[in-house]
Design a protein around this ligand. Structure first.
Ligand code: ADP
Ligand code: MG
Length: 255
């Protein structure tokens, strides 16, 4: 089943005073099936953040459509956007975005509190997710008392708790050491195996080699796509490296 359709997306930024125009996205189209796990890669300035911001309903495109579960996000009225985001999307950021003055448990509850859920329901949802992510023993702690890897797992729990259709992750391993990165990638694979659709932007070839599909963005367009299929992580790593070289040099290093 198709969960997300991105159709001919274009984004032009106009600088103040109507001076320069920057075309950050030119004509981006792709679709995401329910249960997919997609990595988006591309050089700095290629349009990744712009794309993620539009998918997150934080920004509007200049052209094109973003259809999540038959609902065109481009046409959602401004006053319904935050509820839409809360009800349909989960977010994982590079720098975790936990609230320092909230315990880990209260951080995880934030999406449910904003959605006006009852405390009893929140508590019922908490434990299964905390256990899955191995953070059931640090729920009473505060962000400054736990490691980066634990913070990111708390952030993943917060992203999962409202049962979103799609998780959007922006460089989720970017601030983690290699052991914590590998743990997080394993957890992403596990929650994806349980049916959660994930779309992540990453610079990390290692991270991208865990995804089922890798989309490469260049100059605001989808330049290439790799499907993992039965490919091993190691082989996928090689294929991604090769594609990134091609992307950077315009040449096929295997040719
Ligand atoms: P990436 O995340 O891949 O590095 P971005 O989406 O941040 O790329 O940027 C794509 C292009 O759009 C770049 O040329 C960048 O300078 C430009 N850009 C991004 N945000 C803005 C903005 N708010 N105003 C003007 N130009 C922008
Ligand atoms: Mg960026």
């Amino acid at each position: 089943m198709t969960l997300l359709q991105v159709q001919h997306l274009g984004k032009v930024y106009t600088t103040r005073f109507g001076g320069n125009q920057v075309e950050a996205l030119s004509d981006v189209s792709f679709s995401v099936d329910s249960g997919d796990y997609i990595a988006i890669m591309g050089e700095s300035g290629s349009g990744k953040t712009t794309l993620l911001n539009i998918l997150a309903a934080l920004d509007k495109p200049t052209r094109g459509n973003v259809i999540l579960n038959r609902k065109n996000m481009v046409h959602i009225p401004e006053n319904e956007i935050s509820a839409f985001r809360r009800n349909h999307l989960g977010f994982v950021f590079q720098d975790f975005n936990l609230l320092d003055t909230f315990s880990i448990q209260d951080n995880i509850f934030v999406p449910l509190v904003l959605a006006g859920k009852k405390h009893k329901e929140m508590e019922q949802k908490l434990m299964p997710i905390a256990k899955k992510l191995g953070i059931e023993n640090i729920l009473a702690k505060f962000p400054y008392e736990i490691s980066g890897g634990q913070k990111q797992r708390a952030a993943v729990a917060r992203a999962l708790i409202a049962n979103p259709e799609l998780i959007l992750a922006d460089e989720p391993t970017g601030a983690l050491d290699s052991k914590s990165s590998d743990d997080l990638l394993e957890q992403f694979e596990q929650i994806n195996a349980e049916g959660q659709t994930i779309l992540m932007v990453t610079h990390s070839i290692r991270a991208a080699s865990h995804a089922k599909r890798v989309l490469f963005i260049k100059d605001g367009n989808v330049f290439h796509e790799l499907y993992k299929g039965e490919t091993s992580n190691e082989e996928m790593f090689q294929k991604i490296s090769h594609t990134l070289t091609m992307l950077a040099t315009g040449e096929d290093s295997n040719a």
